[in-house]
Design a protein around this ligand. Structure first.
Ligand SMILES: [Zn+2]
Ligand SMILES: [Zn+2]
Length: 257
C-alpha cells in the first residue's frame, strides 16, 4: 500500500503545500483520505479522478473537504469524458451532502448547485471499528475522535499492513486504539507543545510522539503543522517523545506502508 501526500499544511494552505489530503493506492484500489484546499491538482497528477474508488472525509472543516467541490466540477464538466456510470462513493460525517453543496453553490436555487448526488454517492460515516468498510482490497475502519466538530480517524488495512490516520483530534483513548501497532501512523501535530493551547482540539508534536510510542506504532509521519508554527520544532519534539522513526510529511512525498 502506497501513501502519497497531496497536501499537509495544517488548518490552511501554506505557500508550499495545499491543506490536508492523502492518496492511498494498491495495485487495485485508489482512495483519497481528505481533500482539503488545493489537493485536487496534485491528486490528478497521480490518478485519474474518474478512477477513484472512494473519498473519505475525516470531518467537514474546509481544510479537509474544500476540494470535493472542485472534484465535482471536474467530474461534471470535463469535455470528451462521458459521465461515469457509477457515482463516486463519499464517506463523510452526517450532513456532508448539504454542507458540500453549500460550498459548491455560487447561488442557491437550481438543483445543479444544491445537489451533488448526480456524481457523488454520499454515505454517512459511523463508528466502523467493529465492521470495517471494504473498498476494493482495502479494509477501512472509522474511529470517532475528539475534535471541535464530529470527526473521524481512519485505520486502513491492506493484507497485514496498517496505515492509521488521526484526522484532526485532541487525542484520547479512541485515538490510541486507532493507532495501535500501525505500520505507519500519520498523526496530526498542529503546534509545538506549550501551556495554554486549547484543550481537546489538536495534538502537539510531543503528544503525537507520545501517541506513537504508547500505541506501539512502527513509524510516525507528522502532518497538519500550521504554517505559522515551526515545523522542525514540532517534528523534533515528536521524534524525541516517540523514540522511533519519525518524519515530517512533505507535499508529493510517497511512503510505502
Ligand atoms: Zn485541519
Ligand atoms: Zn479540523
Amino acid at each position: 500500500m502506497l501513501l502519497t501526500v497531496l497536501g499537509c499544511a495544517g488548518s490552511v494552505p501554506s505557500p508550499t503545500s495545499p491543506a490536508s489530503g492523502y492518496l492511498v493506492t494498491t495495485g487495485r484500489t485508489r482512495i483519497a483520505l481528505d481533500l482539503g484546499n488545493g489537493t485536487l491538482g496534485p491528486l490528478t497528477g497521480h490518478v485519474d479522478p474518474f478512477e477513484l474508488d472512494a473519498v473519505l472525509l475525516s470531518h467537514l472543516h474546509v481544510d479537509h473537504c474544500a476540494d470535493l467541490a472542485a472534484l465535482v466540477v471536474a467530474l461534471r464538466h470535463q469535455p470528451r469524458r462521458p459521465r461515469p456510470a457509477r457515482r463516486l462513493p463519499v464517506h463523510a460525517p452526517r450532513g456532508a451532502a448539504r454542507r458540500l453543496a453549500g460550498l459548491y453553490a455560487a447561488e442557491p436555487g437550481s438543483a445543479a448547485t444544491t445537489d451533488l448526488t448526480d456524481v457523488l454517492d454520499f454515505h454517512d460515516l459511523e463508528d466502523l471499528t467493529a465492521t470495517p468498510a471494504v473498498i476494493g482490497d482495502l479494509e477501512v475502519s472509522a474511529f470517532p475522535v475528539p475534535h471541535s466538530c464530529p470527526a473521524f480517524g481512519f485505520r486502513v488495512r491492506h493484507g497485514d499492513r496498517v496505515l492509521a490516520y488521526t484526522g484532526d483530534t485532541g487525542g484520547g483513548p479512541t485515538v490510541r486504539r486507532l493507532a495501535e501497532h500501525a505500520d505507519l501512523l500519520l498523526a496530526e501535530a498542529t503546534w509545538p507543545h506549550r501551556q495554554g493551547a486549547p484543550p481537546g482540539l489538536h495534538l502537539s508534536g510531543r503528544q503525537a510522539g507520545e501517541l506513537a510510542r504508547r500505541a506501539g506504532a512502527r513509524r510516525l509521519l507528522v502532518t497538519h503543522v500550521a504554517p505559522w508554527e515551526d515545523a522542525s520544532e514540532v517534528a523534533a519534539e515528536a521524534s524525541l517523545a516517540f523514540g522511533g522513526p519519525t518524519e515530517l510529511a512533505e507535499p508529493g512525498a510517497r511512503h510505502e506502508v
